[in-house]
Design a protein around this ligand. Sequence first.
Ligand SMILES: *[C@@H]1O[C@H](CO)[C@@H](O)[C@H](O)[C@H]1NC(C)=O
Ligand SMILES: *[C@@H]1O[C@H](CO)[C@@H](O)[C@H](O)[C@H]1NC(C)=O
Ligand SMILES: *[C@@H]1O[C@H](CO)[C@@H](O)[C@H](O)[C@H]1NC(C)=O
Ligand SMILES: *[C@@H]1O[C@H](CO)[C@@H](O)[C@H](O)[C@H]1NC(C)=O
Ligand SMILES: *[C@@H]1O[C@H](CO)[C@@H](O)[C@H](O)[C@H]1NC(C)=O
Ligand SMILES: *[C@@H]1O[C@H](CO)[C@@H](O)[C@H](O)[C@H]1NC(C)=O
Ligand SMILES: *[C@@H]1O[C@H](CO)[C@@H](O)[C@H](O)[C@H]1NC(C)=O
Ligand SMILES: *[C@@H]1O[C@H](CO)[C@@H](O)[C@H](O)[C@H]1NC(C)=O
Ligand SMILES: *[C@@H]1O[C@H](CO)[C@@H](O)[C@H](O)[C@H]1NC(C)=O
Ligand SMILES: *[C@@H]1O[C@H](CO)[C@@H](O)[C@H](O)[C@H]1NC(C)=O
Ligand SMILES: *[C@@H]1O[C@H](CO)[C@@H](O)[C@H](O)[C@H]1NC(C)=O
Ligand SMILES: *[C@@H]1O[C@H](CO)[C@@H](O)[C@H](O)[C@H]1NC(C)=O
Length: 831
Amino acid sequence: MNLLQTHKHPLLQFSFFFLSALISTIAGTPTISPGTTLYASNTTQSWSSPNNTFSLHFLPLDPSSSFIAAVVYSGGAPAVWSAGKGATVDSGGYLRFLPAGNLVLVNGSGSTVWDSGTSNLGVSSATLHDNGNLVLCNATGSVWSSFENPTDTIVPSQNFSVGMVLRSGLYSFSVLSSGNLTLQWNGSVPYWDQGLNSSMSVVNLSSPVLGLQSSGTLQLFYVNLSDPVVVAYSSDYDEGSDVLRVLKLDGDGNLKIYSSKRGSGSVTVRWVAVEDQCEVFGYCGDNGVCSYNDSNPVCGCPSQNFEMVDPSDGRKGCKRKVRLEDCVGKVAMLQLDHTRFLTYPPQFLINPEVFFIGISACSGNCLANSACFASTSLSDGTGLCYIKTSNFISGYQNPALPSTSYVKVCGPLALNSPPSLENAGEGKGWKVHAWAVVLIVLSTLFGFLVFEGGLWLWCCGNSPGFGGFTAQYALLEYASGAPVQFSYKELQKSTKGFKEKLGDGGFGAVYRGILANQTVVAVKQLEGIEQGEKQFRMEVSTISSTHHLNLVRLIGFCSEGRHRLLVYEFMKNGSLDNLLFVNEEEQQTGKFLNWGYRFNIALGAARGFAYLHEECRNCIVHCDVKPENILLDDSYNAKVSDFGLAKLLSTVDNRHLTWTSVRGTRGYLAPEWLANLPITSKSDVYSYGMVLLEIVSGKRNFEVSEETSRKKFSIWAYEEFEKGNIMGVIDRRLVSQEMDLEQVKRVLLACFWCIQEQPFQRPTMSKVVQMLEGVTDIEKPPTPKINSNVTAISTIATSSAPTCSLSSSFSTFEASPLALEGAQRTSFHPL
Ligand SMILES: *[C@@H]1O[C@H](CO)[C@@H](O)[C@H](O)[C@H]1NC(C)=O
Ligand SMILES: *[C@@H]1O[C@H](CO)[C@@H](O)[C@H](O)[C@H]1NC(C)=O
Ligand SMILES: *[C@@H]1O[C@H](CO)[C@@H](O)[C@H](O)[C@H]1NC(C)=O
Ligand SMILES: *[C@@H]1O[C@H](CO)[C@@H](O)[C@H](O)[C@H]1NC(C)=O
Ligand SMILES: *[C@@H]1O[C@H](CO)[C@@H](O)[C@H](O)[C@H]1NC(C)=O
Ligand SMILES: *[C@@H]1O[C@H](CO)[C@@H](O)[C@H](O)[C@H]1NC(C)=O
Ligand SMILES: *[C@@H]1O[C@H](CO)[C@@H](O)[C@H](O)[C@H]1NC(C)=O
Ligand SMILES: *[C@@H]1O[C@H](CO)[C@@H](O)[C@H](O)[C@H]1NC(C)=O
Ligand SMILES: *[C@@H]1O[C@H](CO)[C@@H](O)[C@H](O)[C@H]1NC(C)=O
Ligand SMILES: *[C@@H]1O[C@H](CO)[C@@H](O)[C@H](O)[C@H]1NC(C)=O
Ligand SMILES: *[C@@H]1O[C@H](CO)[C@@H](O)[C@H](O)[C@H]1NC(C)=O
Ligand SMILES: *[C@@H]1O[C@H](CO)[C@@H](O)[C@H](O)[C@H]1NC(C)=O
């Protein structure tokens, strides 16, 4: 065939290309010859692999105006590769394999959108293989392949190595040389980072390569490790012989394995990297808050101070209606309960923005810091606070999250209608119901305003310093902790006429009840309340807005005529005294707490008190700390109950409290109670110290016996401790058990510090937490004396502890520069 060998004539050359193009497009010839073109306008045209498993053709995204040139599985899976990483062209566009050897994607206007960059390398053929790889070859071999230039998908037999990246929008996926698999947002926030088993990473393995097996396992190969490491299993692993599985980085930022049965035309998700979609950074865009509607993630805005960037697509994020720099009013911190602003390591290593501070300081510090846009107090017992200084914040709201977040807005605050975030812009539903939502929002806001007006009037009478900003804060506070109001009849019904008594607390009897929605509750019938309705409601609102893992949650209240009742969450394991002090018979039944539980309870209760004293907005002195008021949930976590109630029983003359009506409990009362000196949070510390001693000894601290030489138990215990006889102090039932003696010693040392006679010598509760945790060294405490005189008066001023008044009037919210400086800067070390 002379013609083909000496095709120098341009016309002949042209006809050759035309011929081959025609042949290849019609017959699906394996090898694509230079000059061949696919047109966006003709989606039936394609280049296919030899056995038609894969084909390359244009896919319409929007039928009239946007197309991608993609390699597609015949089974109907999503595109596994596309030219120019998903670049789109209009209907005039085309994909051409140029005689120069490069593959180009050209827009209708004639501009080149993508070029394989392989011209002048002697590329003579392009082939789409049966595994889906599109390869450009010259005489020496492969010059370019789609497998080496992936878009957002990996197919079986594709090698994904260090340096390659899957991208989808701002999200990217890559394999690090350490073997870690990471998902990142905008190349800077790693929201998923999965490392190898520590036993593996010790060895210096080189060149990890990730591959998806056709059976459905995701494996890491190393050049010098014979057995690959399985990273993930698709849920249909090893099922079906004619199933194509692909690994794809979706537009939602999640890495998924999809399965598609050949010819079925449908795909199913079989594995996802980030199981909680809301944990994908930026899923709801800037300032967006992700939450769940049933099991689907939905996007919303933090409050009505924000609006969606695109009302038809919540994922585009939210923007402030009034920018902070344009704010003429007061800049305020909007509180979002059960919300976290996502912060992934090493975000806070680069720009230290994590502190160990309390909730109010977490909000106050952000308000005071002009670079800060939002903050999150984790409230998970770590005391961690994230200060968000970067412009992009990504929120996650879930009732199961203990975290509280704050975001800076230009006041006044305009809350979402509860349940918040329901009005997420999720397409049509939003538009149809927009008027209803607006109506609800307006009426709710009106309701709040009316209520808040009442509060405001009432509060101003009492507290002259009650400013405009605090008023907004009060509104917010009420809204966040909103307790449910029950009628007396309802509670009577739910407790079956106050039949099942759980106990007699210092403030009244407690009954078991079941609410209409089947929630089990504890109903407390308060006795001797001398305060009016208004004051009662104020206190209830304070109590119910005080949330902590180690505090019993107030669900609601009833205030009708003379009836005053509080409805609490029910604690399955009752109070600590029941498990701590058991008589001889009960001892045989075996229900007693081992040391591990006791220590956790001590620590949990200490955290609860530390929160009441130092971290929550309205400092609360408990005034009746005793084992009866430490309740245990299903997993024996300590939950402090009855906080904030002392206030209800006392008569208030604005600042000073009379204590005649507060009963306290024998054995736990700090000396200052008896000496008629001011009661501060340090009085609780004393009582807590007594509880600690009981937790260790399993005996009431006021029991006097021959064993203790008829001495006060705490004094005797100190003496024995001095002598080194720790085992003598410990609960006899624990002695035979395995226990951490260092921990026991720490607990006893902390206890002896707490029961110091002089309040100023006692540590603060947060210090106690640190002592128990073992993060600070504990000095030897002085002997706790008895019956010497107490000079507590001068100590309040000198003690470093905040002086908590029992007053629960809303504290004005001022950022404390001290808190900022005193906050412990730290770097976060993931395990
Ligand atoms: C589209 O391509 C197919 C196959 O190459 C061909 O048979 C058909 O005529 C083309 N249609 C148009 C409108 O060009
Ligand atoms: C292709 O051209 C259309 C208009 O013809 C234009 O809207 C589009 O942005 C162009 N695409 C690219 C990637 O240049
Ligand atoms: C084939 O491509 C390689 C680059 O991948 C190049 O180094 C080599 O020179 C090319 N061979 C020919 C014959 O052009
Ligand atoms: C096509 O070829 C691939 C690779 O050789 C093979 O795995 C697949 O089973 C083949 N499909 C058909 C339908 O023959
Ligand atoms: C992937 O890597 C393996 C082992 O290094 C090799 O045998 C195989 O040919 C590679 N596959 C592709 C498509 O490059
Ligand atoms: C992504 O990062 C670049 C710098 O790396 C930055 O300029 C850009 O604003 C970031 N995008 C967003 C949405 O924050
Ligand atoms: C790899 O991932 C582990 C968690 O699985 C993490 O602790 C480690 O820091 C990561 N290493 C790198 C280099 O990112
Ligand atoms: C780590 O390796 C051990 C033994 O090789 C295995 O039992 C364990 O499941 C692995 N853990 C993870 C998280 O892969
Ligand atoms: C691990 O291997 C890399 C190159 O493969 C080398 O640069 C590095 O020094 C090695 N590290 C150790 C601890 O051997
Ligand atoms: C793997 O190979 C690298 C370099 O090729 C070497 O540094 C490393 O020690 C090897 N590791 C093992 C476990 O053989
Ligand atoms: C039951 O009702 C109470 C009060 O209305 C509420 O606090 C609680 O969350 C409800 N529980 C469930 C499971 O819906
Ligand atoms: C209490 O002790 C101080 C000195 O420690 C003494 O000055 C004071 O008189 C004592 N008060 C009483 C009532 O004993």
